[in-house]
Design a protein. Sequence first.
Length: 277
Amino acid sequence: MPISKFEADLHCHTIASDGELSPEEVVELAHEVGLKALAITDHDTIGSLARAAQKAKQAGLYLLPGIEINTDGEGKEVHILGYGLDENNYYLKQKLQELREKRIDRVKQILHKLRKLGLEISFQQVITVARGDSVGRPHIAQAMVEYGLAPSFKEAFTKYLKIGAPAYVPREKITPVLAINIIRQAGGVAVLAHPGSNISQQEIVQWKKEGLQGIEVSHPDHSPQQTEEYRIIAKKLNLIATGGSDYHGPSIKPEVKLGQWGTGLETIEIIEKAKIK
Ligand code: AMP
Ligand code: ZN
Ligand code: FE
Ligand code: FE
């Protein structure tokens, strides 16, 4: 792994959601590449944070508790990152539990559709692939490859799992504003993930009115121009500019390496201050 370009990488995934590495392995890797701070932001779960915190303490790495909540905007997916939240917050734990239960229902519905298409994968097989507590389409795609029902992860999505494909099942809707509220009432700071994929400035302005505190500026999906553009927008709207690699592991998007996208340590201080407000 190349040496980190940044002091802090505030976006990555572990086996608790759809990442490949354990919480300990991600922290160890962060330490190896020279990061000083890391936020683990698993989809809809904080299940990896306690283990990661223990490892981070040993390694002398600052671990910012994080999450990435997948929500539905107007006809598109919107991901909201949460930083510095209270992991013991009752409402947060309850809401995340609900989201994960809905994920399980949805996976079962997708498997049912696949079965009708003649592709037999059991729920148990998907769970075995998933290992963590937040299951989703990536695990189904992985299981399909493992059991020879699709030639590649990408093709499993394109042929069967993506929006509009024959085995697609829409998610139970949760809005970006609900995700912002869940994060904030747990004492966290709410940040819009990778806005470059499909978000307008108008939407950012609206969500800011509803509690959004930052936007992710440095991200592998952003071109250098977009990164610059979002940095300017963050400044103009007085939003915290964050950054991270969205690292999922060595095989998922191999070109994405931990620490090659991120931010400086001062961003952590700004986030910590924003928490108290
Ligand atoms: P889920 O939360 O179960 O809906 O799965 C969403 C995740 O699937 C996203 O975070 C992506 O990592 C992955 N994903 C979505 N669409 C595609 C696609 N067309 N090709 C590959 N991966 C995808
Ligand atoms: Zn993911
Ligand atoms: Fe995301
Ligand atoms: Fe992510």
